[in-house]
Design a protein around this ligand. Structure first.
Ligand code: GTP
Ligand code: MG
Length: 375
């Protein structure tokens, strides 16, 4: 009897659908695909996996025209169909681009429905390029906060950071390729936890429990190495992954999941060495789960993916001593890092300073997409 896929990958909105369509041909068998959009053309064109057009009555298949409120209503109108799709898979990975109407408005609804259906929900959300303007950025921020409250984990992919990965003349498709590679790495890592036959297996239930610590920010990093010392190289590359270096990103977490995949010559020792390097960089003191897998066609290549979560909300403090300041048990250890705090660092919470359409509080190297050496 065929096993039900363990992971449902939902591409939401134009960006989400096209990312998922590009990733689909190389996805592991454990991953089932669903594309969701208000835009009839994007739903029809993608081709990969199942498709669900939402908000027919509200948008007539034309997209939301950048209105998140319409995106939310569109998804709410199809809650029953979304719920049916989310019953069964242990994990739902939601990929969307924030800033427009469908992704920003519908993502919190889709995440809520998936969580209500019993899935652990990990979202990857792209944040707009600075040059897309203030309105898109504001909508993306609002969407990020709402999505962070509904998903178990949320990883931001800053489109501005993508520009640093490519030359100034690179076409947009090449710019987007780095984000696709990161999300693809995450999916292979998650799927590997559910597939039998790993060199070092991991308990999928433990993995879910790492991801499912509500309210804690999620770390994701990805790196590749090749040749002699490939595993350690990949671990160091993950350590300097731009996703983990965005201003305000989580850098030390209590619980880690590390996936190491390599060609036939990779040993368990190589994998453990890589994990050691990852732990030095990212923590994982409370829990570190390792999954290592041999992928025959990797040759001398090794890839390392790291997913991490901070501790869940702290337990209420023991009775305070007389005179001591009482701890506020309702206060989370970490709040969700919003796009604003991530991009704007110390300037988060202050009014944005826009000059000629550029948010000048965003570090110049991010705004101008300067390539950092070794980045
Ligand atoms: N990384 C990446 N980002 C993308 C891609 N396509 C679009 N984006 C980003 O995603 C944001 C949202 O755009 P869309 O996905 O087209 O918007 P939508 O969710 O379909 O919303 P409406 O069309 O307004 O209903 C854009 O502002 C871009 O920043 C992509 O292929 N890759
Ligand atoms: Mg659209």
């Amino acid at each position: 009897m065929e096993r039900a896929p363990s992971i449902l990958l939902i591409g939401l909105g134009g960006a989400g659908c096209s990312m998922v369509s590009r990733l689909a041909p190389a996805l592991p068998a454990e991953v089932q695909v669903l594309r969701v959009d208000t835009d009839a053309r994007s739903v029809a064109e993608g081709g990969a996996g199942a498709a669900l057009q939402v908000g027919r009555a509200q948008t007539r298949g034309m997209g939301t025209g950048g209105e998140p409120a319409l995106g939310a209503v569109a998804a709410e109108a199809e809650e029953a169909a979304l719920r049916r799709a989310c019953i069964g898979p242990a994990l739902v990975v939601l990929v969307t681009g924030l800033g427009g109407g469908t992704g920003s408005g519908a993502a919190p609804v889709v995440a809520r429905v998936a969580a209500e259906a019993g899935a652990t929900v990990l979202a990857f959300a792209t944040m707009p390029f600075s040059h897309e303007g203030e309105r898109r950025m504001r909508q993306a921020n609002e969407g990020a906060i709402a999505l962070g409250q509904k998903a178990h984990g949320l990883v931001f992919v800053h489109n501005d950071l993508l520009l640093q990965q490519v030359s100034n003349e690179a076409p947009l498709s090449e710019t987007f390729a780095a984000a696709d590679a990161w999300v693809g790495g995450a999916l292979r890592a998650l799927a590997a936890a559910f597939e039998p036959g790993a060199l070092v297996p991991v308990d999928p239930v433990a993995l879910r429990s790492i991801l499912a610590s509500p309210g804690s920010p999620t770390l994701f990093a990805y790196g590749v190495g090749s040749g002699a010392g490939a595993a350690l190289q990949a671990a160091h590359a993950a350590g300097s992954c731009p996703l983990a270096h965005a201003p305000g990103a989580v850098t030390k977490v209590a619980a880690l999941f590390v996936y190491v995949a390599g060609g036939p010559t990779m040993t368990s020792n190589d994998a453990f060495e890589a994990v050691g390097a990852v732990r030095q960089r990212f923590g994982g003191e409370t829990t570190t789960l390792l999954c290592a897998r041999i992928v025959p066609d990797f040759g001398d290549r090794v890839e390392v993916s790291v997913l991490g979560a901070s501790l869940p909300f702290p337990k209420p403090a023991p009775k305070a001593r007389k005179g001591a300041k009482a701890a506020d048990a309702a206060q989370p250890l970490f709040g969700f890092a919003t796009e604003e705090t991530i991009r704007r660092g110390l300037f988060g919470g202050t009014p944005m300073t826009f000059i000629e359409g550029q948010d000048v509080d965003v570090p110049t190297y991010i705004r101008k997409a300067v390539r950092l050496p070794g980045g």
